[in-house]
Design a protein around this ligand. Sequence first.
Ligand SMILES: NC(=O)c1ccc[n+]([C@@H]2O[C@H](COP(=O)([O-])OP(=O)(O)OC[C@H]3O[C@@H](n4cnc5c(N)ncnc54)[C@H](O)[C@@H]3O)[C@@H](O)[C@H]2O)c1
Length: 399
Amino acid sequence: MADKSESNLGKVVIVGGLGHVGLPLGIAFAHKGLKVCLFDTSKEKAEIVKQGKMPFIEYGAEPILKEVLENGNLEVSTDIKSVTYGRFIIIAIGTPVDEYMNPKTRAFLEFFSTLKKYLHKGQTIIIRSTVYPRTCEQALKLLGNKEEWHIAYCPERIAEGYAIKELKELPQIVAGLSEKAVEDASKLFKVISPLIIRTSMGEAELVKLFTNAWRYIQFAITNQFYMIARTLEVDYDKLRRAMTEGYDRASALPSAGFAAGPCLLKDTMQLAAFNSNNFLLGHAAMMINEGLPNFLVEDLRQRYDLSKTKVAILGMAFKADIDDIRDSLSYKLGKILRFHGADVYYSDEFVKSDDFVSKEEAIESSNIIIIGVPHSAYKNISIPLDKEVVDLWGIIKRK
Ligand SMILES: NC(=O)c1ccc[n+]([C@@H]2O[C@H](COP(=O)([O-])OP(=O)(O)OC[C@H]3O[C@@H](n4cnc5c(N)ncnc54)[C@H](O)[C@@H]3O)[C@@H](O)[C@H]2O)c1
């Protein structure tokens, strides 16, 4: 429940409010008693959310969404004029890289120019999207007189699907281009976050990009280890357990698996672009992580004629137990297998598609089963011993 000072903070408008970042954030603020408007260009998502339904998996969000719609703390709008009525404007639209891995900085700034005519100087503008360094400064220049506008940068660091839990637990980085922007953004985020960490703008921009690049490189190390172990015909999952059990210095080594999704690679490449493409570790990580599907197929090709083989991929989302397929490597794996003539069946527990089959049918129809992502539902499946299983995650228990 909100105390009075929280509900007095003023209205929060989230631009890109129906996305994976904007929507849980809006729900979290509204649940604390703030008045929140989610502005988004997607009419389709707006219809779903207005009915109290989540357009994607976000654990724990739906009951709170229904509650804050009913008590009037949350509203949904597809009209850009809603931006005029906010005291705080939070920007949470997507910031992708292009097909050559260059950040699309101009697209973000053009969007900002469009937004400009609905903004006014009494507002505090908070950029939540992950941006290329110095983007906030460029945005401030676009607004005109720098002294009169207030822009903060408060990057999102949740793990997709778990925002409702993590927004309450994670420290919030707050930086701004004026003292007032930092004060206002800190006051706002204090409502949901246990700890505010104030940094300079340059620090905040790098905290976000380093966090994702660090994670991406960690996955690359374990994936490279997997490939070396596999070449030596050593069971990597068993090896990794032996390496980490009771040995803290190695405990951060994640399991091997596809490092995919809309953030890790993109942010590693934004960092590389910012550093004049001089980010050897980042580029090496990209080659390893993006090369893993190719490695798996080459490994199979040594033992099978793929043109006479049926392969099932279980798990098409980009990570376990969610329904987001953005930049999922399971599709890349499927494409390479099909290029070599294999019949490929796709299956997923959460993603719906007319082309997909059930996990039972996929297993029944195939000689080789590849785990694309370790959805929890795969923990208890049994796969006949005459079928080959490729399970980087070590989730399948075979008798
Ligand atoms: N997905 C994550 O887990 C995650 C985590 C941390 C940071 N981020 C960063 O947050 C940002 C948003 O990512 P996301 O995953 O939420 O993207 P998303 O695609 O799920 O959401 C973006 C939303 O913005 C809307 N939108 C696009 N253009 C708009 C416009 N001009 N006006 C209003 N709405 C508009 C879209 O319809 C969509 O609903 C990105 O910069 C991303 O890197 C994402």
